[in-house]
Structure formats: C-alpha cells, structure tokens
Design a protein around this ligand. Structure first.
Ligand code: SF4
Ligand code: SF4
Ligand code: SF4
Ligand code: FES
Length: 567
C-alpha cells in the first residue's frame, strides 16, 4: 500500500499502474474520452485537442500526451470542456462536407459520432467546404481531401506501422493537406494497398474502393454464372452492425446470405488454402533438402507484402514463394472447372483485404487478358450488400458451401490470423502425425497477435528457424537482421498487424475485438474434423483431375512487377 500511487479522476481516486497517459487511466473509471488523433499503436501527435481535461488549477491538458502523476486531480466533463469540444467540432464541420448520407463512412465516422455525442445540431460558422476532391487512382482505396481533418493518423500508420511512407503532410497553414510525394497519383506511389490508413482514418477521407455496383450488375444478368469464394478471416469479422459478436463464426449465415443475393456457386477459400499449404510446404522441403541459397523462403499469400518486397527489396523476390495466394489458386481452379460452361462466368472473391483488389488486376493473374478474379469485395462491402438486400442476417439458417469444392480443413481456416500459414505448413511437414504432435505445434510460439514471433522446430532431422511477422515495419526490421547475417529458413509475412483478421477491408475493430477474431478462427479449426491439408480428400481428386500436369501453370506465379493501377 505504501508504494501505491493515486490520482483523482472526476472525484474518484484511481491507482496509477503503469498507464502511459491519462486516457488509459480515465478509462479505468469507465469514461471514454473523445479523440481524433490518438491511436494506441501510433506515436502521440497531440493535434486535435479533443481529449483535453481540466486539472485542479484550472489548466487544460491533453489526456493523450500527459502521463499520470501522483496527486493530480482532473475533471473530464466540465462546462468549459464541453464548450471547447463543441467549438472544435463546429470548426471542423465548418469546412467539412456534411453530406453524411452519401458518404461511404456514414455510420462508422468518428466525426459524425462525436458531433452526435456532443449534440451539435447547428454549426455557427458558414460552410466553406469545397467540392469533393477525389483521388481514386488506386484500386484499393479512395481519398477525398475535403473530408480530411488533418489528424495525421494515416500518415503515422503508413510510416510507423507499415514503413511505406506513401503519404505525408504537405504545405502549411490553411493549405495543409495529406499527399503523396509531389502529389503523384497513389497508384504510382509506393503504396501497397494495405488499407491500414483507411482503418485508421476517423472520417470518410480514406475509404475502401467500392465495387458493389459491378457485382450487383453481374448478379442481375441471368445469363451469367456468378461464383464466389469467401476468405477465412471474413467469417469472424462481420461486426456489430449485423448483430454479430466479434469472433463469432458466421460462415454458414454468409453462405445463406450470398445464396439469397443470387450467387450460383459459393465456396470457402479455406479449401484452396489447403492447396497453398501443400505447394508451399513442398517448396520449403525442397529448398531445405537442396540446401539452396534462397532461404529463407518467404510466404506469398499477402499481396501487400509481395508488393512491398517488389518495390523495397527486389533482390529478395527469389526468396518469395512462387505459390499463388489461396484466392488466386481457387480462381484458377474454378476457371478450369467452368471451361465447358455455356454461360458467361464471373468470379467474385469476398476478402478482408483491400490489397486483394490490386492482386486481382495484376497481369500475372490474367489469362488471355481476362482476370481470374473479376471482382474483390471486402468484408465491409459484403456487410453493405447484406443490409441493402434486407436479409435478416441473425435470423437466417446457416447453410453449407457448394460441391464439388466443398471440403476444407482446419489448416486452411487458420490462414486468416498471423502465424496460421506457418502452423498449417508445419502440420504438413511434421513426420509425427499424432494428435499430441499436432497440438504441440500450436505451442511452438507461432500463435498470438504479437507483430514478431520466432520459433525453432524440428522438420525431420533438421532444426528449422522460423519467423512470423505482421505489419510491414516488423517485416522490414526482420529483413535487415537477415541481411546482417541471421539465418531463418521460413518467414511468414502478413502486412496487416495481426494478419488478415485486421485487414484493411474489415469492419473497424478494437485490438481486443481483433484478438477475438483470431480466437474465433482457432475455434473454427477445433471444430473441423480434418486438421491437416494433405488429409483433405478433395486434394487427391484435384491433383488427379484439373491439376494433372498443370500444377505449375495453375498454382504458381512469377511476379514481374506491376503498377498499382486500375484497368
Ligand atoms: S494503403 Fe497502406 S501503403 Fe497505401 S497509403 Fe494506406 S497505409 Fe500507406
Ligand atoms: S485522411 Fe483521415 S486519417 Fe489522414 S489526416 Fe485526414 S482525417 Fe486523418
Ligand atoms: S495481411 Fe491479409 S488483409 Fe492484410 S494486406 Fe495481407 S492479405 Fe490483405
Ligand atoms: S486525441 Fe489527444 S490531442 Fe488528439
């Protein structure tokens, strides 16, 4: 008791217990402070001033950048603070587009949310907002500079977490804006399309590119057969908007909803993740056996990582697995399966990912000029389509995916969380196929939401060193260690922190909710009766059928660099 330190929040004594800032301490008394520029994963910017509190001497302090001090007394909700916050909101709204009903962020916008919370029903200043300034050169995200409140979250996300630096502040004073270097189109910048800036943006200034209308058009054309695949991470992230708890596995309901929308065949990308496991583990075993110089082998499922490697470390592209991502493998198989169809065929992929929109348009994945995946919808877009259809999502009966590609394994399902690809590959490579051995793989250190994980595992007689990283800054730090001489045999890289459960196209979630999404995938794995990809009975029939003599052509790729441009 003697060493304990306390301060007072709104008259309530609170123990200080290692909190970094007043925001964290205030949360302990059950108060959620308004913030725009604070993001727990990013450095402190302290610019928006929404989080101000009043101290015992009447001074104002920014809660996000002030550390707790013993004896300090603060108030979080005084008349002065309420007036101050309203003034900030009114000033922001004065030169902000107020067409909320037509904004893609309507309902999830923090500015809208705080304006409602602080009862802003009139703005005393004239609206000086200019017409939208849309930058839509990227296939992944769209920017509207006139919805920007200059909080800087996107810039810090792109620099600090992703180490890409595609965007930054430009100009000064009232001309300040967020821009690429020399204001070049985003598609020509080093942007990797990860969408993490859109996740961080509190307003509609950066949003996911919307392909919903194109998919409705295909569905409306009765002469067209529309097939769809759903990525593992989508099922645990549909969000509160549909009455789904974070981490709850809604795959059966998603299938039922897509069928009601008119999709002809519905598949689970976990199935083709099994193909990826088989191909990638073969590649790793081969490289290990041959003692090849191209170790470590880097995973290749994440298109934002592939793009980052191409632009930042082109000399390492030989180390990147030649396996296509599960999305592209499945699309190639479905294209072959449809070859004799008399109908026009369109293939849609529902992904947690904005970078997949870019992957789909890459030249490497076109056959005779046609994309294997015609449209990528993010989870956010799927939620909108479900709402637009009027489907009562919570009430519909779950349904199963279609045959002939309807069997999958737990190994494929865990692809959606950081460490999942590695665990699936290790399940395949382990010579001991007992349940005990299977469970022990989970405890090698590959599970967990940490951005950097390392493990040493025995593959046959050989000890294999593995790295698992999520977030491109973490990837780049590990690469620098490898360049300095550290040896790794296999490195899994996912661009989004925590893996695809936190993808740029997912509905917004707190860190705790993201963890629940990861846990939801491990629960789904537990429920799968088949845990190892090689035990999926469909694999045998695929290798003896569609893939016979064509494995390299249909499941592998050689990247030759591409601009991130729409076509
Ligand atoms: S999509 Fe990713 S790489 Fe591109 S600007 Fe946003 S954070 Fe940066
Ligand atoms: S684009 Fe969004 S995240 Fe970036 S500074 Fe503007 S409001 Fe903030
Ligand atoms: S981690 Fe997953 S969601 Fe994020 S960019 Fe990579 S593939 Fe897409
Ligand atoms: S959240 Fe503290 S100043 Fe912006």
């Amino acid at each position: 008791m003697a060493n304990k330190q306390f301060m007072t929040v709104d008259g309530i004594p609170v123990e200080i217990n290692g909190e970094k800032n007043l925001l964290e301490l205030i949360r302990k008394v059950g108060v959620k402070m308004p913030t725009f520029c604070y993001h727990s994963e990013l450095s402190i910017y302290g610019a928006c001033r929404m989080c101000m509190v009043e101290n015992q001497w009447g001074g104002l302090e920014a809660a996000c950048s002030t550390p707790p001090k013993a004896g300090m007394e603060i108030r979080t909700n005084t008349e002065r603070l309420r007036k101050y916050r309203k003034m900030i909101l009114e000033l922001l709204l004065a030169n902000h587009c107020r067409d909320c009903t037509t904004c893609d962020n309507n309902g999830t916008c923090k500015l809208q949310d705080l304006a409602m919370r602080f009862d802003i029903n009139d703005v005393r200043f004239p609206n000086t907002a200019e017409k939208p300034k849309i930058e839509d050169s990227s296939v992944s995200i769209v920017r509207d500079a006139h919805k920007c409140i200059l909080c800087g979250d996107c810039v810090r996300m792109c620099n600090e977490v992703q180490n890409v630096g595609a965007i930054d502040f430009a100009h000064r004073g009232s001309k300040m804006t967020i821009s690429t270097a020399f204001d070049i189109p985003l598609a020509e910048s080093p942007c990797v399309g990860c969408g993490q800036c859109a996740q961080a943006c509190p307003t509609g200034a950066i949003v996911v590119k919307n392909d919903i209308a194109k998919v409705w058009k295909a569905l409306d054309d009765r002469g067209t057969k529309v097939t769809v695949q759903i990525a593992p991470a989508v099922r645990v992230a549909l969000g509160r908007e549909l009455g789904i708890a974070p981490g709850e596995n809604a795959m059966g309901r998603i299938v039922a909803a897509l069928r009601r929308m008119g999709f002809d065949e519905i598949y689970d990308t976990s199935t083709s993740a099994d193909l990826t496991v088989l191909e990638e583990s073969n590649e790793l075993a081969k490289r290990l056996g041959e003692g090849k110089a191209e170790l470590p082998l880097f995973s290749s499922c994440c298109p934002a990582w592939v793009r980052y490697c191409e632009t930042r470390y082109p000399e390492l592209m030989e180390h990147v697995s030649t396996c296509k991502s599960p999305m592209q493998m499945f699309a190639a198989v479905i294209r072959e399966n449809n070859r004799t169809s008399s109908r026009k065929c369109v293939h849609v992929a529902v992904m947690p990912c904005t970078a997949k929109k870019f992957e789909a348009v890459r030249d490497e994945f076109k056959v005779e000029g046609k994309q294997d995946v015609d449209y990528v919808l993010t989870t956010q877009e799927l939620v909108r389509m479900i709402k637009e259809s009027g489907i009562m999502f919570r009430d519909i009966e779950p349904e199963a995916v279609d045959m002939p590609f309807g069997t999958m394994t737990g190994a494929g399902v865990i692809f959606g969380v950081t460490g999942g690809v590695t665990e699936a590959v290790l399940r395949r490579l382990a010579s001991d196929k007992s349940n005990t051995a299977l469970m022990s793989i989970a405890y090698t250190g590959v599970r967990g939401m940490e951005g950097v994980k390392e493990a040493r595992v025995m593959v046959g007689e050989k000890e294999v060193r593995i790295g698992v990283v999520s977030g491109l800054k973490n990837a780049s730090d590990l690469i620098e260690r490898i360049k300095a001489g550290e040896h790794f045999d296999f490195v899994e890289v996912m661009a989004c922190p925590g893996g695809c459960v936190s993808g740029g196209g997912q509905p917004f979630a707190s860190n705790m909710e993201r963890e629940k999404r990861g846990a939801g995938l491990y629960s789904a794995d537990k429920l799968c009766s088949i845990k190892r990809s090689e035990e999926n009975p469909l694999m045998m029939s695929l290798y003896n059928g569609i893939l016979k003599g064509r494995v390299h052509e249909l499941l592998h790729v050689h990247y030759h660099g591409a601009k991130q441009e729409d076509n």
